[in-house]
Ligand binder design. Structure first.
Ligand code: ADP
Length: 239
């Protein structure tokens, strides 16, 4: 009895449980258009731990974009469950999903992630819309510094190279402290030098900012840069 009374049950809260960043359990996504059904995902199982840098890799048509839309809460599965940091996304209201996209997530697309008429610094500050002016300036500049863009603060984005633009988008994710960064073919329009620099940026985002990074791509170079590869074929994970 004495021992029992000394024992304090550890408090278990969503914050103390180390949920994976992303889990897909037996996920199906079937598109129906009249009598035609296309099965984009057929029983996809995926588990991505916090702080991983993972490439989701596969040929065109294998289901990568569908995976990304579900992970980003932009689409819902036909069957199965998608969880982010332990929360089933299907259980979230539209307002909660909007908060998930605005606060937890950052998405980086192949191009056009930025406001092209604004400078690099202004773009990162837009991502920090809620921070106060001085704090936003400091955070924007220190994030741009971290991704090798210290000489580019004031450059309008349209005057930057494609690789620099993608690094500004990564810096914006870092400045926002996005816990999960989802990228869709982010190096698809870059030469190999810029591809390398952008992939280094994702590695740094994971290492120095603690983000979980998931890059969807059909590129072997991207697959080699990641810590782990999840290969998708015909809507299923094959490794
Ligand atoms: P990937 O990104 O690997 O190229 P997708 O996820 O875009 O693959 O597509 C997977 C499969 O689902 C493909 O056969 C594609 O044609 C189909 N698909 C994707 N989106 C739709 C849609 N909205 N309507 C019908 N079929 C779709």
């Amino acid at each position: 009895m004495a021992l029992r009374s000394l024992y304090v049950e550890p408090e278990v809260t969503p914050e103390t449980v180390d949920w994976p960043a992303l889990e897909f359990h037996d996920v199906f996504r079937i598109h129906r258009s009249g009598p035609v059904e296309t099965v984009a995902l057929r029983g996809l199982d995926v588990r991505i731990e916090r702080g991983e840098f993972v490439a989701v890799w596969g040929p065109s048509g294998s289901g990568k974009s569908t995976f990304l839309a579900l992970a980003g809460g932009l689409d819902r599965p036909t069957a199965g469950e998608v969880r982010a940091f332990g929360d089933p996304l299907s259980g979230l209201s539209e307002a909660e999903l909007a908060r998930y996209r605005a606060h937890t997530l950052a998405m980086v697309f192949q191009s056009d992630n930025l406001w092209s008429a604004l400078s690099a610094e202004e773009n990162v500050r837009v991502a920090l819309a809620l921070a106060d002016r001085d704090e936003a300036r400091l955070r924007a500049r220190s994030a741009l510094d971290a991704f090798g863009l210290a000489r580019r603060y004031a450059h309008p984005v349209h005057a930057l190279s494609g690789g620099e633009q993608q690094r500004v988008a990564i810096a914006a994710a870092a400045a926002r402290e996005a816990r999960l960064v989802l990228a869709d073919e982010p190096t698809g329009e870059l030469d190999s030098f810029n591809e390398r620099a952008v992939l280094d940026g994702f590695g740094r985002l994971r290492r120095d900012f603690g983000s979980t990074v998931v890059v969807v791509s059909h590129s072997d170079v991207v697959a080699r840069a990641a810590d782990r590869v999840i290969e998708i074929r015909d809507g299923r994970a094959v490794r």
